[in-house]
Design a protein around this ligand. Sequence first.
Ligand SMILES: Nc1nc2c(ncn2[C@@H]2O[C@H](COP(=O)(O)OP(=O)(O)OP(=O)(O)O)[C@@H](O)[C@H]2O)c(=O)[nH]1
Ligand SMILES: [Mg+2]
Length: 432
Amino acid sequence: MKTSRSKYYNASRSSLPFEDGMGKVVAADVTDVQEETAVLVGIITPQQNERKTTEYLDELEFLAETAGARTVKRFTQKMNGPSSITYLGVGKLQEIRQWIEQEEDAERTVSMVIFDDELSAKQLRNIEAELKVKILDRTSLILDIFAMRAQTANAKTQVELAQYRYMLPRLQRLWTHLERQRGGAVGLRGPGETQLEMDRRIILNRMALLKERLRDIDRQKTTQRSNRGRMIRVALVGYTNVGKSTLMNLMAKSDVFAENKLFATLDTTVRKVIVDNLPFLLSDTVGFIRKLPHDLVDSFKSTLDEVREADLLLHVVDISHPDFEDQIQVVEKTLADLGCAEKPSMIIFNKVDAYRWTEKDADDLTPAGKENISLDDLIRTWMTKLSGQCLFISATRKTNYETLRQVLYNKVRELHVQKYPYNDFLFEKYEE
Ligand SMILES: Nc1nc2c(ncn2[C@@H]2O[C@H](COP(=O)(O)OP(=O)(O)OP(=O)(O)O)[C@@H](O)[C@H]2O)c(=O)[nH]1
Ligand SMILES: [Mg+2]
C-alpha cells in the first residue's frame, strides 16, 4: 500500500507552527498515515432540511475525496441551530466518540472528523477535547485542496494568506491543547502566552509580506490587462466541476487542466478566441462552491478581477447535477458579492449528455419529483424562465456547439460595437 505524508496538520500530535529560515511559518510536524479516513458531520435544522443536509454531505464527501480522504461514516443531528460551545449536542459527540473507539478496537483508524460548517475556535477546542482526533471543517478542507492545487506564485500566495487568516483566530486552541498534553492547565498564562504572542506576531508579519506581494502581482496584472488591446472580454464562471475548463479548451483549442475533481482550476487562464472574423478574450477561472470561505474570496481578489472586469459572463451550469438549481443560486450570490450582478450574462447549461431522469408510470399518482422531469421539459421551463437567454450544450460531445459559437458571435459583436464604436477592427477579415 502506498505510504504518503499526511497533508493534514495534526494539532493533537504535532507541536506548533514555527518559522523557517525564510520567515515562513510552517506546520512543525506531519504524521505518516497509510490511507486517511474521514467521518462527516452535518446538522439538520429548520432552515436546512434532511435532504439539503444529505446534499451538503455528498458534496463534503467529494471534497474529502479530492483532498485524499475516504469517507467511512456520516453523523447527522436534528437541532434548532448549532451549539456555540460544541456545535453538536453533547450526547451526539459522545456517540461519535464511542463509534471511533469501536473502530479503533477493531484496528481501523479514523484519521479525522470533518464538520460541514465553519467551526469557531471555541467549538474546535471543545470538540477536539472530546473526540481526540483531528478535526477539520468545510473551510479548512477547502483551504487544504486549494493549497494542494495552487501552481503559480500568485495562487500560492493567495492560498497562504487565506490559510493564515483562518489560522490566526484559532491559534489559542493549539496552545491550550499543547498545555493540556503537558499536563498543566495553569501554565497557559506563563510562557505559553508569550509563545502565543510570538506566533501571532510571526504570522502577522508574514501576512503583511504576502499582502505586499499580492499588491505587486496585482499591479503587474493590471498593466498586462491594459495591454491587451481593444477586445471584448468574456469570462467563464460557475460552480466547481461544471465543465468550464473543458469548454475553454474546446473554444480556445487550449490545454487547460480539467478533471472530475473539485477545484481543478485555481488560476485564471486567458486565451484569444476567434469566431469567424471576430476575436475576443476568453478567461477560465476558479469555480465557486457553497459556503465558500470568505477569506478565500478576499484573498483571491486578483484572480477574480478577471471576472469583475469582464464584459460578458458565461455562467456554466452542470444540468446533470441533482442540485444544479441550488448551484445557480450560489453562483449568482457570489457574483453579486463580487459586484457583478448587473453584468451582461448568459447561462450555458452543460452536460446535457449526462442528464438522467425516470419516467413515471401512468398509474403512479405520487406527485412528479425533479427526477421525473424529461430533458425536453426542463429545457422548455428554463427557456421560458430566462426568456431564451440560455443554451443547452455538451462540451465533451460538442452538442449545440455551433449554436453556442453563433450566439457568442452575435453577443460579442453587439458589445464590441457599444464599447468601441469607432473601431473598425471588428469587420476586417481576421487572419490568425
Ligand atoms: N458528461 C459530460 N462530462 C463533462 C462535460 N463537460 C465536462 N465534463 C466533465 O466534467 C468534469 C469537470 O470538468 P472541468 O472542465 O474540469 O470543470 P471545471 O468547471 O473547470 O471545474 P473546476 O476547475 O474544478 O472548477 C471533467 O471530468 C469533464 O470531463 C459534458 O459536456 N458532459
Ligand atoms: Mg476548471
